[in-house]
Design a protein around this ligand. Structure first.
Ligand SMILES: *[C@@H]1O[C@H](CO)[C@@H](O)[C@H](O)[C@H]1NC(C)=O
Ligand SMILES: *[C@@H]1O[C@H](CO)[C@@H](O)[C@H](O)[C@H]1NC(C)=O
Length: 416
């Protein structure tokens, strides 16, 4: 009986992903196929070693109009710090693609990406959210928060669509969650780190200086963007898949007014949703953690099926050993664009970098990639150690790997 229930749950989560794939031309939820699903067997009957942290909704946010796409309240998961970490906070912004038109935003209302009705009631805290020193050496005893993502515009939209009953309130969700966490004790923070992965990694760039401004000067505040370096690149057919998508997100969700004026005074709003046009203007110390061949970007931005209708790139996309020399060169060009995008950023002593030559996406959330015996390394230092060294000023961290295939420590994602 138990196993039957489990089976149904996992089938249901697969069905959900399938639906989103067919509903959404951009297949924004693809990463979930390669991630362990939170609906997996273990999640239902957690092992003794798991730290399952309950979801807290913020009903009071609704009166401020800080709501998910469907009008439900936003939420977060908080596990309290202890000992020397009791007054330190790491705030991790969840990712999960974007919605760029009415159809894809309406679809999200029936998922956890657009409604707190569908959010998991508890999540396994791992990687940067783990409470065990052996898994998370520097932040394990901090207050650790995972902020749920249900606006579809990296916590930066402002608007609504009456006809379709859609609320674009990412910026208000950001403010409401910060207000809530301040009242939960974050106002007394001695040290604080804003992190985030994927769409949340972009959000951490967008909100970094706002986060810093919440605290007095004496608080040590820094930001980490994991897999947030989305580049304005050409796909294999010469088109700009991601720019086209971002234009939809920015326009539909009213993101422009929340983008940094240092960028919007110079460039069009869609360009100002791209980190390459933002990171060198962030004043707060920031760390960029990204795979040079980010698996999501390879799959969704560089080689989306729309740009490869005859599947000429398929074999190479799923297995690099089957790429020919011009295909490898295409990936190396992408890496060059990424290094170029962070060049000025990297000149600042306060900033940190970890760009490993892997086909991965989000390396701070999963235990395997954050900290472990065989986790990814650059210069023999794991991601967790590199981020810690930078945060605590133990050393300068400008870790840039030599190009593919020199890194033997990668945990690459399997694309289909
Ligand atoms: C939680 O994460 C840990 C570390 O990755 C893992 O060992 C454990 O099995 C996970 N538990 C659940 C319930 O998924
Ligand atoms: C590599 O494969 C692509 C896709 O099939 C093809 O367009 C290109 O000409 C090939 N390049 C070489 C050097 O064989």
């Amino acid at each position: 009986m138990k196993w039957f229930l489990l089976r149904v749950l996992s089938l249901w989560s697969l069905a959900l992903i399938d639906m989103s794939r067919s509903e959404n031309g951009f297949e924004e939820l693809i990463a979930e196929e390669i991630y362990p699903s939170y609906f997996d067997e273990e999640a239902v009957f957690p092992g003794a070693n798991s730290l399952m942290v309950p979801l807290t909704l913020i009903p009071g946010a609704v009166s401020k109009g800080a709501v998910c796409l469907d009008g439900t309240p936003p939420g977060y998961h908080l596990h309290r710090g202890f000992g020397s970490g009791a007054n330190n906070w790491v705030i991790h912004l969840e990712g999960g693609g974007w919605c760029n038109n009415i159809r894809t935003c309406v679809f999200r209302k029936t998922t956890r990406r657009g409604s707190s009705k569908f959010m998991e009631k508890q999540l396994n805290f791992t990687g940067i959210l783990s409470n065990k020193p052996a898994e998370n050496p520097d932040f394990y005893n901090w207050n650790r928060v995972r902020v749920r993502y249900c606006d579809g515009a990296s916590f930066a939209g402002e608007g609504q669509d009456e006809v379709n009953q859609l609320y674009f309130r990412g910026q208000r969700i950001w403010s409401a969650v910060m207000e809530e966490l301040m009242s939960q004790g974050m106002q007394n923070a001695i040290q604080a780190l804003l992190s985030g992965c994927s769409a949340g990694g972009l959000a951490s760039i967008l909100h970094c200086d706002e986060f810093k401004a919440l605290f007095p000067e004496t608080t040590k505040v820094k930001c980490l963007s994991d897999a947030g370096l989305f580049l304005d690149s050409l796909n294999v057919a010469g088109g700009r898949t991601l720019r086209d998508m971002y234009a939809g997100v920015v326009t539909l969700q009213g993101v422009q007014k929340n983008l940094p004026s240092s960028c919007t005074s110079q460039k069009d709003p869609t360009s100002c949703f791209f980190p390459q046009n933002l990171v060198s203007n962030v004043k707060t110390p920031m760390f960029l953690l990204n795979a040079a061949y980010d698996a999501w970007q390879v799959d969704q931005s560089l080689i989306p099926s729309s740009a490869d209708p005859h599947g000429l790139w398929h074999d190479c996309k799923v297995d690099r050993l089957r790429c020919n020399s011009s295909q490898i060169k295409f990936f190396q060009d992408f890496r060059d664009q990424m290094l170029n995008a962070v060049k000025i950023f990297s000149w600042s002593n306060q900033n940190g970098l970890f760009i490993n030559s892997c086909f991965a996406h989000c390396q701070s959330e999963l235990q395997d990639t954050w900290y472990g015996n065989d986790s990814p390394r650059v210069g023999n230092k794991a991601v967790a150690v590199s981020v810690g060294d930078w945060f605590f000023d133990r050393s300068t961290v400008k870790a840039i790997d030599c190009p593919y295939p020199c890194d033997k420590t990668c945990h690459d994602m399997v694309l289909k």
